[in-house]
Design a protein around this ligand. Structure first.
Ligand SMILES: Cc1cc2nc3c(=O)[nH]c(=O)nc-3n(C[C@H](O)[C@H](O)[C@H](O)COP(=O)(O)O)c2cc1C
Length: 381
């Protein structure tokens, strides 16, 4: 299979599976426990039908949106994800380059594999810094200072990972950082030499946001264990209110799922929330963000921007979330499989296909601007 044969999410997933060693593919692909929430995230969109309008004069459509003070040329963005240079040697640079080309926002993770300062310097497109709140408060402040110095204007604090989700695929393969694998995992790497050659020939793996502060050489840790051991489980609303004040720029909470929490985010001065369940990787059995979006949007009102992610695979998914009231929609696996499949050209192809779907679907829906989409365009079964 080649990149030119990838026409949708499932094709990219298939190609990524061919190109990646099993443990890495499963790290991207997997969810928590029985993966019920992971499956529901995408299936939820099928419970909602679009009601198109006709004869609306749709020869020109405008796909832009405004979110967190930025104008994006498309209503979708690349949500922050960990360890991207493990998926493809170009890693975060490929994602930033593709996001820049499509005029959209992307996030660099605390667990990113390229220095957020380099990315902020080299790419001219809105960038958010995804933040994990560590037990070490000095480390938290140092990370915020370094984001400020690099000119990043938005912190996206992830609040749904107070403890690592139970990702059993990773337990089976032994996936960890730095990589230590069980026998089956080693076999998978040996049987995938191209990935191994690229990994060895390119810049040594590192996590620059953390390397100065945390020593990972003391032994391999699973991502779940990192989240559980290093992050501060006592984090509460007062801590975040303090962060919002210390940061002084735009502040967004990622992983808000309840109406009450959306209101509290408004109260402590947040500019945005992302309605997300981390792509089904944390609390299995939790409600899908799409099923719950209406409630959260109504609670948040117009006091902050509601962003949305988890399960998005199609242009119609993006339009459905916007019609309910989301301001922009995040992709996770939707750009990670393309990254693994083919680096920057892969991510560009995926974003290009998504843009084409959004444009076509807007025309079929009879709208020329995304703000024309309302709940009247939807019916839930
Ligand atoms: C492999 C992988 C790594 C991720 N790493 C992070 C991370 O470091 N920080 C974070 O806030 N979210 C992380 N996420 C969650 C994404 O930002 C996003 O919420 C999720 O992938 C959306 O669901 P989707 O994959 O169904 O689109 C990760 C997701 C995946 C699949």
């Amino acid at each position: 299979m080649r990149l030119s044969q990838c026409h949708n999410f499932h094709d990219f997933r298939k190609l990524a599976k061919q190109r990646l060693p099993g443990p890495i593919f499963n790290y991207i692909d997997g969810g928590a426990d029985d993966e019920i929430t992971l499956r529901r995230n995408s299936a939820a969109f099928d419970s909602c039908d679009l009601i198109p309008r006709v004869l609306a004069g749709v020869d020109k459509v405008d796909t832009s949106v405004e979110v967190l003070g930025h104008k994006l040329a498309v209503p979708f963005y690349c949500s922050p994800t960990a360890l991207q240079r493990l998926f493809h040697h170009q890693g975060e640079r490929a994602v930033a380059g593709a996001a820049e080309k499509f005029g959209t926002l992307f996030g660099v993770s605390t667990l990113g594999t390229v220095d957020m300062r380099d990315i902020a310097r080299d790419f001219n497109t809105p960038q958010v810094y995804q933040f994990y709140f560590h037990k070490d408060r000095g480390l938290n402040r140092a990370m915020m200072e370094s984001a400020k110095e690099s000119g990043i204007d938005t912190i996206m604090l992830t609040v749904d990972t107070i403890i690592g989700g139970n990702r059993e695929r990773d337990l089976r393969t032994g996936f960890s950082i730095p990589m230590r694998l069980n026998l089956k995992g080693i076999y998978e790497f040996v049987s995938n030499p191209m990935w191994g050659i690229n990994y060895l020939l390119h810049e040594k793996f590192s996590m620059p946001q953390l390397d100065a502060h945390i020593n990972f050489d003391g032994g391999a840790v699973s991502i779940g264990k990192y989240l559980t051991d290093m992050l501060d489980q006592s984090m509460d609303w007062d801590d975040v209110a303090e962060m919002v004040e210390f940061w002084g720029g735009k502040f967004c909470l990622k992983g808000v799922m309840s109406a009450e929490d959306a209101k509290r985010a408004v109260d402590i001065g947040c500019n945005g929330i992302v309605v997300s369940n981390h792509g089904g990787r944390q609390l299995d059995g939790s409600r899908s963000p799409f099923d719950h979006l209406t409630e959260v949007v109504d609670a948040a009102g117009s006091d902050l921007d509601v962003l949305f992610d988890s399960g998005v695979q199609r242009g119609t998914h993006v339009l459905k979330a916007l019609a309910i009231g989301a301001k922009a929609v995040g992709l996770g696996r939707g750009y990670l499989y393309p990254l693994a499949a083919a680096g920057q050209p892969g991510v560009e192809r995926a974003l290009g296909l998504m843009k084409a779907e959004v444009e076509r679907d807007m025309k079929l829906m009879g709208v020329t601007q995304l703000c024309q989409l309302t709940r009247d365009h939807l019916r839930f079964r």
